[in-house]
Ligand binder design. Structure first.
Ligand SMILES: [Ca+2]
Length: 96
């Protein structure tokens, strides 16, 4: 990533890149994150910010809540609503 990017630009790029990093390699679920990859993402990327990141049940509940079309995977829009939810919680925390 170019050094000329601002911190905010870099943060947005990381959020988008992480979707593609954890995206399923299975051709049948192309451009989506599978449940197992999402659990992996929670453990590796959000372990300090979220609780229960190592709980399979907790991760599966998050997926069920995010999975609007109920196909068992997260597409980019569903993933982004997860990011939106996290950033909203951080904003609320900072405001308090
Ligand atoms: Ca879905």
């Amino acid at each position: 990533m170019a050094d000329c990017y601002t911190k905010q630009e870099k943060a947005v790029v990381v959020l988008v890149e992480n979707f593609y990093k954890y995206m399923s390699k299975n051709i049948l679920v192309k451009n989506k994150i599978s449940k197992s990859s999402f659990r992996e993402m929670l453990q590796h990327e959000l372990d300090h910010m979220l609780t229960n990141t190592r709980s399979r049940e907790a991760a599966d509940k998050v997926i069920r809540d995010l999975d609007k079309n109920q196909d068992g995977c997260l597409d980019f829009e569903e993933y982004w609503s997860f990011i939106e939810d996290i950033t909203r919680r951080i904003a609320n925390f900072i405001r308090e």
